[in-house]
Design a protein around this ligand. Structure first.
Ligand code: ADP
Ligand code: NG1
Ligand code: MG
Length: 488
């Protein structure tokens, strides 16, 4: 895809005015005393199916959402980086920008990343891309409306917006797939060893369709979704910052160890130390079903200790730490390899089935124009509902697997999925999980009841989460009394 950040830019004067852009424009001028030189906008995403398999090399099926990270940017002659955020909970940050070494990504005393670390990841990746030849300083004023830490990829939108802004200011052209890969690598500076799904969809999304994203090499193919399908996203009201704990990395490391063990048992001799599940499948020339069979055969136990793994791999425990584990997982001693491997291979299969069903539906819709539509032959509405049932069942299967095999759901998410099920609507958690959002596949005529039902459940969950202090209770009682007096 020949895309050039410079060539494809829209002149600032032609950007449609919106309240957010105007506000950002004003804030930028108040803060820096000049108008922004450019705006950058990067969307969040909802992943329809294919969870926790991108870092194993398997295709995923996300689409962009309207919520985004919007940036007003400016250039300075002084080599300095200045970051501001519309939301006052995100503090100002300024640093020198003479070289790569000025970008220091550390965490607070609880190990939680500062918000601006995500921007630093994007800038650091950009500096590497231009071989440290920094020409301009950069000022960014950021406004995001993607719910943070909620599985809609606010982090990658922020990393990607920062990297794109930086490369623009340095006059460095880059095409869309290259910047997507660059941002995927850059975000790993935050500490999580993610795949490339989020950054890929951030740059390669198209309107009105999902993208089937394959890796090595990165490629995005549009997938038309059934006409009568709507995707409703609901927040469970539990947040999970993936870089603040080792839950995410632990899963990535378990996948690495499981793949290495099966490779060892099956005699795969890779030159690479770390082999992904998909590279393993390619080396063995097996189908996904056959890979599931190999998991059953070679990983029969529920828990593997580091000692057992080091015996199987014929390496010391110290080597396991150094060669396979991240700094925040080195100390772990027990690993669930069988469960994670089963999830990945089965989820990869669900993605293929989902895509195949969507393709069939599109083909049949066009065939319908020639009078040969299989679904039409079955009868219009019931046929399209049948397609939604197939897709929905795959989404339900995905959620069950994430809950039981991958253990990354949350009680609020399970509740959302169950409420949907009661209305014959299929849903699953989206993004990494441990909180965040659920996505439901909903026939268009059911959107309203489903949304209303989820909202009322959300308000119940919200009420449950609030624990009032005595003084807050007193204040509310006083307000109620006052309101009662006024109404009299
Ligand atoms: P997500 O599922 O949204 O990608 P992550 O845990 O990966 O969740 O990243 C969430 C983090 O990204 C937040 O804790 C915050 O540090 C940062 N972030 C997200 N949105 C914004 C924003 N609008 N402004 C500043 N930082 C943001
Ligand atoms: P979220 O939940 O948006 O941070 C993460 C990973 C993805 C993918 C999903 C799970 C990053 C930047 N994102 O997304 O690559 O593995 O979880 O499918 O690591
Ligand atoms: Mg993220």
């Amino acid at each position: 895809m020949a895309y050039n950040v410079k060539k494809d830019e829209v002149p600032i004067s032609t950007i449609p005015k919106s309240d957010r852009i105007e506000r950002l424009d004003n804030l930028f001028q108040e803060e820096f005393g000049c108008k922004p030189a450019f705006f950058v906008r990067v969307p969040g995403r909802v992943n329809i199916i294919g969870e926790h398999i991108d870092y194993c090399g398997y295709p995923v099926l996300p689409m962009a959402v309207e919520q985004d990270i919007l940036v007003a940017g400016g250039l300075t002659e002084e080599l300095q980086l200045s970051l501001r955020n519309v939301n006052s909970k995100y503090c100002n940050y300024d640093t020198k920008l003479n070289s790569f070494h000025d970008i220091v990504i550390n965490t607070d005393e609880n190990g939680k990343p500062f918000w601006y670390n995500y921007v630093l990841c994007g800038v650091k990746g950009g500096i590497e891309f231009i071989n440290n030849k920094i020409e301009k300083g950069i000022r960014l004023f950021i406004d995001g409306n993607i719910p943070p830490a909620s599985g809609l990829s606010s982090s990658s939108a922020l990393v990607s917006a920062a990297c794109l802004s930086f490369l623009y200011t340095q006059n460095a052209p880059v095409n869309k797939t290259d910047i997507a890969s660059l941002c995927a690598n850059s975000e790993r500076y935050i500490g999580t060893q993610g795949g490339g799904m989020d950054q890929a969809i951030a740059f390669l999304a198209e309107k009105f369709c999902a993208q089937y994203i394959t890796f090595n090499p990165l490629c995005a193919t549009p997938v038309a979704l059934p006409e009568n399908a709507a995707f409703v996203v609901a927040h469970s009201l539990a947040e999970a910052n993936k870089a603040a704990t080792n839950d995410f990395n632990k899963r990535v490391m378990e996948c690495r160890l499981a793949a290495k063990i099966i490779a060892t048992f099956t005699g795969v001799t890779e030159t690479k130390q770390i082999i992904t599940f998909s590279e393993l499948q390619i080396s063995l020339g097996k189908t996904l079903d056959e890979m599931i069979g190999l998991v059953d055969k070679y990983l029969p136990k529920d828990i593997y200790t580091k000692t057992e793994i080091s015996e199987i791999l014929n390496t010391s425990e110290e080597d396991i730490n150094d060669l396979y584990l991240s700094s925040n997982t080195r100390h772990l001693t027990d690993f669930k390899l069988r469960q994670r491997a089963l999830h990945v291979y089965q989820e990869a299969k669900r993605v293929e089935d989902f895509r195949e069903t969507c393709l069939q539906t599109t083909i049949n819709v066009s065939a319908c124009k020639n009078g040969t539509n299989r679904f039409t032959a079955m009868g219009g509405d019931s046929a399209s509902n049948c397609v939604l049932d197939i897709l929905g069942n795959l989404m339900s299967g995905s959620h069950d697997s994430l809950k039981t095999l991958y253990e990354c759901s949350h009680e609020n998410l399970d509740r959302l999925v169950n409420i949907s099920k009661d209305m014959n609507v299929y849903a699953r958690l989206t993004g990494a999980g441990w909180g965040g959002c659920a996505v439901a596949l909903c026939p268009k005529d059911k959107i309203e009841p489903v949304t209303v039902n989820r909202k009322s459940e959300a308000s119940k969950q919200n009420t449950k989460q609030v624990t009032l202090t005595t003084s807050q209770k007193r204040r509310i009682r006083r307000k109620r009394l006052h309101a009662a007096k006024v109404s009299k």
